[in-house]
Design a protein around this ligand. Structure first.
Ligand code: NAD
Length: 439
């Protein structure tokens, strides 16, 4: 590395940090944890153990850009807890990534994995960058540098990454290859969300959205609402939002609004999802931008959350439903496809208005459930079929939903509070057993 060529970060692919949302995500998830810990009567020492991240990596990644300049990107990996098993959680490439955002997302993974009773702790990683401004070569070099920095702290029994916002199976393939080149060992279970040809599992790509759709349909069923009668708005049309829309449309629901980073589309009679998917497939960056408007009105991404509908599914980024817009939401049901889309203040407003919120750690757990199947496949050298994946995923999601509903009813608390009580209780039990053993 020729240090004299290092230049200050000027191109927006390495942005001077977007307004941080991560600190509110961290604050809200900590508050949720503390409320559950207090209700469970956890010892204050144990509370401190469970809210403190076990290990954090912050690393500078110098990358040679295509034009020969050197840029330095900042990467993170936080292992919030490994009490119940290896840390598990995705890797995000986004201009908003900072240590607090990664800390908050890592803690959510601990509670999510515990809620689904997976043998995992929680972790998360990210690189502060705008991947839409990076070439494939730059993205590959950045991923390989990040993977090399992760080598000392990841492994199939230590910490197992997966895709998240702006990362996909191609990024996971680079990551796997870079790690295996460093270790000299073939170990497909080191990362999930891989391409099939590298030991991936059928159904991983659809898993999170399939789970979100399943939980949405189950919520409608319990309310006596037929899928055909439900008008649904989905924010985010990426891996999670896109699949959620596809599955709900197949089930007969009317998708009245969708949005992505480029804007939104609205039709109160239902959007033509097949036509929209064809448009995004042909768009160079997979966006809604430029969709011919004769069967849909353009709306802003923020407007999507308050359109007239029955269900809103935020499936983009955190901090979208806030005290500024919670009062204007018309839907009676919110299903959190994204992690942390609702701030604590908004949660209170929605509760006062009698709106049901199905929390992220339940609703979007389908991805980590199928990651778990992929991890088992990698450890055992076996192959699962798509039918096996789907039927076990659906069963585990519905069982977790039943448990959350039962706890909410028994303790007269919200679904989010019930989910945290179950999850924190499980991690606390493991922690207490480990502590007793060493006394
Ligand atoms: P993605 O990168 O595939 O898609 C993100 C989508 O959000 C894109 O359509 C993007 O255009 C859109 N978006 C970004 N900013 C927006 C804005 N301001 N308004 C409207 N749309 C906007 O990411 P993903 O994997 O689909 O993740 C989405 C959310 O789901 C994140 O919160 C992520 O942590 C969570 N999640 C993902 C998985 C997974 O398996 N990928 C699992 C659980 C939870």
């Amino acid at each position: 590395m020729q240090q004299e060529r290092v230049e200050p970060a000027s191109r927006s692919s390495n942005p001077a940090r977007q307004a941080p949302r991560g600190s509110s995500l961290l604050r809200d998830s900590q508050a949720q944890f503390r409320a559950a810990a207090e209700r469970l009567g956890l010892d204050p020492g144990l509370q401190r153990v469970l809210e403190t991240p076990e290990r954090e990596l912050s690393v500078a990644l110098p990358i040679e850009m295509d034009d020969g300049r050197i840029e330095v990107f900042q990467g993170y990996r936080v292992q919030h807890s490994r009490l119940r098993g290896p840390a598990k959680g995705g890797i995000r490439y986004h201009p908003s990534v900072d240590l607090d955002e990664v800390r908050g997302l890592a803690a959510l993974m601990t509670w999510k994995c515990a809620l689904l009773d997976l043998p995992y702790g929680g972790g998360k990683g990210g690189v502060n960058c705008d991947p839409s401004l990076l070439s494939a070569g730059e993205l590959a070099r950045l991923t390989r540098a990040y993977a090399t920095a992760l080598v000392p702290i990841i492994g199939s029994r230590i910490d197992v990454p997966a895709p998240d916002v702006n990362t996909d199976e191609r990024v996971m393939a680079w990551l796997l290859d870079a790690v295996e080149q460093q270790t000299g060992m073939h170990d497909p279970a080191i990362v999930t969300g891989k391409p099939l040809a590298l030991g991936g599992i059928p159904g991983r790509g659809e898993a999170t959205g399939r789970g979100v759709a399943l939980i949405t349909l189950e919520t409608l069923k319990r309310r006596g609402i037929a899928p055909e009668a439900a008008r649904i708005a989905v924010q985010g049309f990426g891996k999670v939002g896109g699949q959620t829309v596809r599955t709900l449309a197949e089930a007969g629901c009317r998708i009245v609004a969708i949005s992505d980073v480029s804007g939104g589309l609205y039709n109160p009679h239902g959007l033509d999802i097949a036509r929209i998917i064809t448009h995004t497939r042909n768009h160079p960056r997979g966006l809604l931008e430029g969709y011919p408007g004769e069967d849909a009105d353009p709306i802003g991404p923020a407007e999507l959350l308050t359109v007239d509908c029955d269900v809103v599914i935020p499936a983009a980024l955190e901090g979208q439903i806030t005290e500024a817009n919670a009062g204007a939401i018309t839907a009676q049901i919110i299903v959190e496809g994204a992690n942390g889309p609702t701030t604590a203040e908004a949660d209170r407003i929605l509760a006062d208005r009698g709106i049901t919120v199905v929390p992220d750690i339940l609703a979007n757990a389908g991805g980590v459930v199928v990651s778990y199947f992929e991890w088992i496949q990698g450890l055992q050298g076996t192959r699962w079929t798509l039918d096996e994946v789907r039927s076990r995923l659906d069963r585990m999601m519905l069982d977790a939903y039943d448990a959350v509903l039962a706890r909410a009813e028994a303790e007269r608390v919200s679904l989010r509070e019930a989910a945290y009580l179950l999850a924190v209780g499980r991690v606390a039990e493991t922690a207490a057993l480990r502590r007793t053993a060493t006394k």
